[in-house]
Write a protein that binds this ligand. Structure first.
Ligand code: PGA
Length: 250
């Protein structure tokens, strides 16, 4: 099954709107005409407008890094799916390990956010991955299956078409360590098998599973050459337009 790769940037809590404009001015010429893969840049909420305006007319989609599960309400500091759509944002990261760790996001919260994002027509990038202690205790498969089952719970197959999953081993995020292509491929097949159980085999085979965790220009080619790896979620190395472009053009 051919799956077009998605090369996604995750800026995390970096850059102002002015810096976002400069970034796109520099990035767009470097990826102009790139048709092989889809490209998305997930920016802080306050940069969404600047990013959408700057990327207009290009093949680069703009994403957010979080959303609330309710349509609206008394939730100080939160952002709804409808607000993201109104900003012409098309992608959203859900359940990143930093949100699970520092903001107490559970599998149940990830599930609620995922349902909301899909219902709004956004392309969700749901992050799963084990921490080092879990890998060392041989719990990687259990953790991935639990996180996937939790995230996918009671989502009808008809809604799940746009779902993207990112496998991000937590020990590889921001550490300079990457999973070997073989470890990543094993994790990806576990995730795909859970998607097959929760949805349908056909959807699972078509679903894109990205790899994230210290993806850099010099390792992008070997990771992206793995047939099980359907793209990348890039943190640190996405902050510099030249380095993100080099990853996109691996
Ligand atoms: P990193 O981050 O590329 O800096 O390791 C990846 C991520 O957290 O999405």
């Amino acid at each position: 099954m051919f799956r077009k790769k998605l090369m996604a940037a995750n800026w995390k809590m970096y850059k102002t709107p002015a810096e976002a404009r400069t970034y796109f001015r520099d990035l767009l010429p470097l990826v102009a005409g790139h048709k092989r893969d889809d490209i998305a840049v997930c920016v802080p909420f306050v940069c969404l407008n600047a990013a959408v305006e700057s990327a207009a007319g290009s093949a680069v989609s703009i994403g957010a890094q979080n959303l609330h599960w309710d349509a609206e309400g008394a939730f100080t500091g939160e952002i709804s799916a409808g607000m993201l759509v109104a900003c012409e944002c098309t992608h959203v990261i859900i359940g990143h390990s930093e949100r699970r760790r520092y903001f107490a996001e559970t599998d149940d919260i990830v599930n609620r956010k995922l349902k909301t994002a899909l219902a709004a027509g956004l392309t969700p990038i749901v992050c799963v991955g084990e921490v080092l202690e879990e890998r060392e205790a041989n719990l990687t498969e259990d953790v991935l299956r639990r996180q996937c089952r939790g995230a996918f719970h009671s989502i009808p197959v008809t809604m799940a078409e746009k779902l993207v999953v990112a496998y991000e081993p937590v020990w590889a995020i921001g550490t300079g360590k990457t999973a070997t292509p073989q470890l990543a491929a094993e994790a990806h097949s576990i995730i795909r098998s859970e998607a097959g159980k929760s949805f349908a085999q056909e959807l699972a085979s078509a679903m894109r599973i990205l790899y994230g965790g210290s993806v850099k220009p010099d390792n992008a080619h070997s990771l992206m050459s793995q047939p099980e790896i359907d793209g990348a979620l890039v943190g640190g190395a996405s902050l510099d337009p030249k380095s993100f472009a080099a990853i996109v053009n691996y």
